[in-house]
Design a protein. Structure first.
Length: 121
């Protein structure tokens, strides 16, 4: 130490500090690289999910229109409402043999649309 309380570092201390700085930089660079790659993947996944959601909305509207058209034809041919509901449900059941929660949701929506369309016709 000097009279001013400031110490001088040896060349070994400087070399160790340099190595420590280099190691910290390498860890930081690796973390930044992984993070950038992950952000790219997240953005790509988000964009893909948005496209899927848009397509799902289009298909849902198309399905609703199809249910409505089907039920209008059923009503015009004097099919009673109870039978129209059974026919709508069976069409959905035939569309997908896996009775999971999504299948049940489509059945519920189709029945609501069918009732609305039947009594609006």
């Amino acid at each position: 130490m000097t009279d001013f309380g400031v110490g001088f570092r040896s060349s070994e201390d400087v070399a160790r500090l340099r190595d420590s700085v280099d190691a910290a930089r390498a860890r930081f660079r690796e973390a930044a690289e992984r993070y950038v790659l992950l952000r790219r993947a997240v953005d790509a996944t988000r964009l893909e999910a948005q496209a899927i959601c848009a397509r799902t909305s289009e298909l849902r509207e198309s399905l609703r229109d199809s249910v409505g058209a089907y039920v209008v034809v059923l009503r015009r041919t004097d099919v009673p409402p109870e039978r129209a509901i059974v026919l709508v449900k069976s069409a959905v059941v035939e569309s997908d043999p896996v009775p999971d929660k999504y299948h049940r949701q489509v059945i519920e929506e189709a029945v609501r649309w069918a009732v609305d369309a039947y009594y609006a016709a």
